[in-house]
Design a protein around this ligand. Structure first.
Ligand SMILES: [Zn+2]
Length: 206
């Protein structure tokens, strides 16, 4: 009960969106698109007291979370003039598509370490663990160590290679990129004509 009181908190969610303005590094066109997100924050209520202060803290934390998101999040959106993604967007798309390779590579290396330890563990008795004879187990662990190490290293190196060479501007057809851009983005001149008083959030593209 005491712990429950000590841990009381208030959470808040804030939704927001900004117009993000980017200069295309391929054709130098300025374009704008909308990025929306939800920020979440938490405010503490020590001993269950100070609800108003906790609500205020939670809202401020949620707003801060939202601001951080808008400052750092890379939203892949092709340029409506040439249909190309910017370099940071290409990296984000590649990470999304091939991020699993990091997990697989790290898992294989973890297994390699585990099997490597078992090779030298004299007390390890597989007969007890799996009800099978112990002959050849040490050799098998050694083989598995090498196999997992080679595969894990290969997958991680492959991940690095893919990150350097994969280009969504080549793998995604031009007409699909143009259709996405025309649906969700517009050139700065069009934006200014449509929303003369709206502000845009400049995002440094790299
Ligand atoms: Zn462009």
């Amino acid at each position: 009960m005491i712990l429950l009181l000590l841990n009381l908190s208030h959470t808040a969610e804030v939704q927001g969106s900004v117009w993000r303005q980017i200069r295309c590094c391929h054709c130098q066109a300025d374009y704008v698109f909308r990025v929306s997100a939800t920020g979440r924050g938490e405010g503490r209520m020590p001993l269950g007291l100070g609800r108003k202060i906790a609500e205020q803290e939670a809202r401020e934390a949620a707003l801060q979370h939202l601001a951080q998101f808008f400052a750092h999040w890379v939203e892949p959106m092709p340029c409506p003039a040439c249909g190309c993604y910017q370099p940071d967007m290409c990296r984000a798309l590649t990470d999304k598509k091939y991020g699993w390779m990091n997990f697989v590579g790290a898992t294989l290396l973890t297994f390699a370490c585990m099997f490597g330890v078992w090779v030298f563990q004299e007390d390890f008795d597989p007969k007890q663990a799996w009800g099978r004879g112990g002959e050849g187990w040490a050799t098998m662990w050694a083989v598995l160590t090498v196999v997992c190490f080679v595969l894990g290293t290969g997958v991680l190196l492959g991940r690095r290679y893919v990150r350097k060479t994969h280009d969504p501007n080549e793998t995604i057809p031009h007409e699909i990129r143009m259709a996405e851009a025309q649906q969700h983005a517009m050139l700065l001149a069009e934006f200014q004509a449509k929303y003369p008083t709206a502000e845009t959030f400049h995002f440094p593209s790299s």
